[in-house]
Design a protein around this ligand. Structure first.
Ligand SMILES: [Zn+2]
Length: 199
């Protein structure tokens, strides 16, 4: 029986969120707590088809962008129906976007600083990558470069420390790397318009 692209994406995203590497993620940054419980909520939301739940759209992505999440419409945007099937970087991209969804769910009706959200999303996906490796010394399924290298370094610092509160000092190089990517993030003080997610 054929499976619709939408259902396949929902199922795949939910499975990644409920996987052991994703459920091990547990850290505090700014006013966010990013952990397995939050990701479980987002996984549940992928099962819900309500109008205020999450949605998936398959469309062309801008240069340098793997996938996107729009908090005001709860919309995940991915380039292909097969996104995240096997490629380690694509799975990380889904964890990144689901971190935005987690913040949307836990900070409903709040504007959050995009730089804080991006930093949390990059750290979460880097931790997912590290926890997906056989050991903390690797080999990691994805070799980080550029902005991902900075995120990987933060993640290595906090891996296995449950509930670690990331300090501005540890975050500083990654913050700088994100701000330099000004193609993706129009200005340092921009915010994301979270409206919450319903199951
Ligand atoms: Zn992001």
């Amino acid at each position: 029986m054929a499976t619709s692209p939408d259902l396949a994406l929902r199922t795949r995203t939910g499975e990644i969120l409920m996987s052991a590497p994703c459920q091990r993620i547990d850290f505090h940054w700014a006013h966010y707590h990013i952990d397995g419980s939050g990701f479980s909520f987002v996984a549940l939301a992928t099962l819900s088809r309500g109008s205020k739940g999450v949605h998936f759209k398959i469309e062309h992505q801008p240069t340098g962008v793997g996938a996107r999440y729009f908090p005001s419409t709860n919309m995940f945007s991915v380039p292909t129906a097969n996104f995240g099937v096997s490629d380690a970087w694509q799975k990380m991209a889904l964890v990144h976007e689901c971190t935005h969804a987690l913040i949307d769910a836990t900070h409903a009706k709040q504007h959050t600083r995009s730089i804080h959200d991006e930093l949390a999303a990059y750290v979460a996906s880097a931790l997912f990558n590290i926890y997906s490796a056989p050991s903390q010394s690797g080999p990691f399924p994805y070799t980080p470069v550029g902005i991902f290298a900075a995120a990987h370094q933060v993640a290595l610092n906090i891996a296995n420390a449950t509930g670690y509160a990331i300090s501005p000092t540890i975050a500083a190089p990654l913050r700088q790397a994100i701000l330099q990517k000004n193609v993706l993030y129009p200005h340092p003080n921009s915010s994301y318009d979270n409206n919450g997610i319903r199951l």
